[in-house]
Design a protein around this ligand. Structure first.
Ligand code: HEC
Ligand code: HEC
Length: 216
């Protein structure tokens, strides 16, 4: 698809401009380093499986799927936990969970869930909605975040992606970059984007607790 080639050349420059012009820059300083100890993470992640290890488990109010963490980028996972701790992402359960972890433990758990991460730069599945062109410069045309700072959207539950985009649009979930991008999206764009990225494969998975010979 020709438009995608042109877009790859143009969009990163635009995104860089946009990122540069938005203040404050995304807070990453408080996130644990991405290279955590995955084996230690596996040992302390057991409480997480109570929700994140059950396929199709749902948040109660409002009703949407608990996000898939398996294969998510470690840098993003650690940053997300820091945001729940600080309250930039409001969610009482996750605030409690994240607050019980030291930054080092959060980094270790992030390293555990991240393994294995889908490869960057795969072939997109289906036809991207027009609104997805701008997303590709960070989240990849196939929904796999191009660096560890950018969450992978591929294979994520569509209703969770919708919920996240609406929270950015409303400003209840705070992130300078995503608040900007979501502000211009209509409900139907959000729906189409969520469906598109959710169908991308390979993508995120519901993680399984370590067991048998793989157990740490
Ligand atoms: C009682 C259920 C429950 C438990 C236990 C739980 N979570 Fe969550 N988690 C959720 C829900 C619901 C969300 C989505 C919240 C939102 O909309 O922001 C979430 C979101 C997350 C996210 C954000 C994912 C993303 O794509 O942005 C991370 C990271 C996370 N949880 C990690 C953990 C870790 C690590 C543990 C264990 C220490 C844990 N969770 C335990 C329910 C739970
Ligand atoms: C300039 C880079 C950039 C662009 C372009 C961008 N995003 Fe993001 N996106 C991010 C970052 C960084 C985060 C993590 C923010 C945070 O920590 O809350 C994010 C988070 C998200 C999330 C939350 C993921 C989760 O697991 O909770 C969704 C959904 C999302 N973006 C969708 C989109 C869509 C759809 C577009 C295009 C309309 C887009 N993004 C464009 C950088 C970008």
């Amino acid at each position: 698809m020709a438009f995608r080639i042109a877009q790859i050349a143009v969009v990163p420059a635009f995104a860089a401009l946009l990122v540069g012009s938005l203040a404050p820059a995304p807070a990453r300083a408080d996130a644990a380093p991405a290279a955590g100890d995955a084996k230690h993470g596996a040992r302390i992640a057991y409480t997480c499986f109570g929700c994140h290890g059950i396929p199709d488990y749902r948040n109660a109010y409002p009703d949407y799927h608990v996000p898939k963490l398996g294969g998510q980028h470690a840098g993003y996972l650690a940053a997300a936990l820091a945001e729940y701790r600080s309250g930039d992402r409001p969610h009482p359960t996750m605030h409690g969970q994240a607050s019980s972890l030291s930054a080092a433990d959060a980094g270790d758990i992030a390293a555990f869930f991240a393994t294995p991460t889908p490869a960057v730069g795969g072939k997109p599945v289906g036809t991207a909605p027009a609104a997805a062109q701008i997303c590709a410069s960070c989240h990849g045309a196939d929904g796999v975040g191009i660096t560890s700072d950018y969450p992978t959207l591929a294979g994520q539950h569509a209703d969770y992606l919708e919920q996240a985009l609406k929270a950015y649009r409303k400003g209840t979930r705070k992130n300078a970059i995503m608040n900007g991008f979501a502000a211009t999206l209509k409900d139907e764009d959000i729906h189409a984007l969520a469906q598109y990225f959710a169908q991308q494969q390979p993508g995120l998975a519901t993680p399984q607790p370590p067991s048998g010979p793989q157990a740490p």
